[in-house]
Design a protein around this ligand. Structure first.
Ligand code: CUA
Length: 351
């Protein structure tokens, strides 16, 4: 009897070592895999570095826990499964193990407190107020975003495009005109709900030039999935030029868009202003049905009709659609040259 107990104890110690070795190797592989996968888009803001590092730390802390639990379960199924003839055998009853209980309470507690503290520090860090923040008011509505800037004299004006200068701390004040939306630029790693009746805040400092999708991340109705626009991170000079031209309303008409020269691109405006969020248009590859299908509805229509439908959507309501759904402010947020280009483009692709 005595020698059998010693054998059993030595055997379980061997099994334990085997289990730990397998668990350790599997954890290292799991963490390596988690860190090797390229989870995120471009880091377009300084906040992105902090968020991505936090993610890596969470991978390193949580993958071993998951892998160890699974390893123990699978190892026990393999090593201690019931073999034929063992149906009536059962292991010795075990009551309480203070040391084990202290360990399995203390380890998760320490892990959770450490991760919560680190997350708190990271959040405080990325939400820190900076000097000379550029304020932009972001207004969501079914199914478009409008971005409000201030001109040199402090007068506010709206734009369907989001432009931010690189290395400039930006402070977004986010609002909604109807239901809850969610302002999200994955490349900035930050998102916040747009809630009717209250202002929510979001801070980022863009650090990489480029064009990044602006996405609505809260189910807000039929056009939700296509409530997408573009965030442009540009050099300071380009931003200043864009802002001046916007503020001036491009009084000259047909002026330079985005400093690139030439007339504005109607198709790009269709996409940028979020028209595809509600309207199907074959040429732009959109198939939303919240608003009238433009291929059918604008077929053979004159430019004047199309322009009125954009700037004064209540003037004529297509059969089967309700008044007040289409944002009535495109006449203000689009510049005359952009409106012209959009009308020309729609007339061209629907004729
Ligand atoms: Cu707006 Cu989803």
């Amino acid at each position: 009897m005595g020698s059998e107990e010693i054998n059993t104890s030595e055997e379980s110690r061997g099994h334990f070592k085997e289990l730990m070795a397998i668990g350790l190797i599997a954890s290292v592989l799991g963490v390596a895999l988690g860190l090797l996968i390229d989870w995120f888009p471009t880091q377009a803001s300084t906040q992105a570095e902090t968020v991505d590092t936090l993610w890596d730390v969470l991978i390193i802390a949580s993958v071993p826990v998951f892998v160890l639990v699974i390893t123990v379960v699978l190892y026990c199924v393999w090593r201690y499964r019931m073999k034929p003839g063992e149906e009536l055998k059962d292991g010795p009853p075990i009551h309480g193990n203070t040391r084990l209980e202290i360990i399995w309470t203390a380890v998760p507690a320490i892990l959770l407190v450490a991760l919560c503290s680190y997350s708190y520090v990271a959040l405080t860090d990325i939400e820190e107020a900076k000097a000379n923040e550029l304020g932009i008011r972001v207004v969501g509505e079914q199914f478009t975003w409008t971005f409000y800037y201030k001109d040199a004299s402090g007068k506010e004006f709206g734009s369907p495009q989001l432009y931010v200068p690189r290395d400039q701390p930006v402070h977004f004040t986010v609002q909604s005109l109807d239901v809850i939306h969610d302002f999200w630029v994955p490349a900035f790693r930050m998102k916040i709900d747009a809630v009717p009746g209250i202002d929510t805040e979001l801070k980022i400092t863009p650090k990489t030039n480029g064009e990044y999708p602006v996405i609505c991340a809260e189910l807000c109705g039929l056009g939700h999935a296509v409530m997408r626009q573009t965030a442009h991170v540009v050099d300071r000079e380009e931003f200043d030029r864009w802002l001046r031209e916007r503020a001036a309303g491009a009084a000259a008409g047909g002026g330079d868009e985005e400093g690139g020269g030439g007339a504005p691109d109607g198709k790009a405006i269709f996409t940028d202003a979020g028209c595809g969020g509600c309207h199907a248009l074959a040429d732009a590859g959109t198939d939303a049905s919240t608003g009238p299908n433009l291929d059918e509805n604008l077929a053979g229509k004159h430019a004047a009709y199309i322009e009125q439908s954009i700037v004064d959507p209540s003037a004529r309501i297509a059969q089967g659609f309700a008044d007040g759904i289409m944002p009535p402010n495109f006449g203000d947020t689009l510049q005359p040259a952009e409106l012209d280009a959009l009308v020309k483009y729609l007339a061209e692709v629907t004729k």
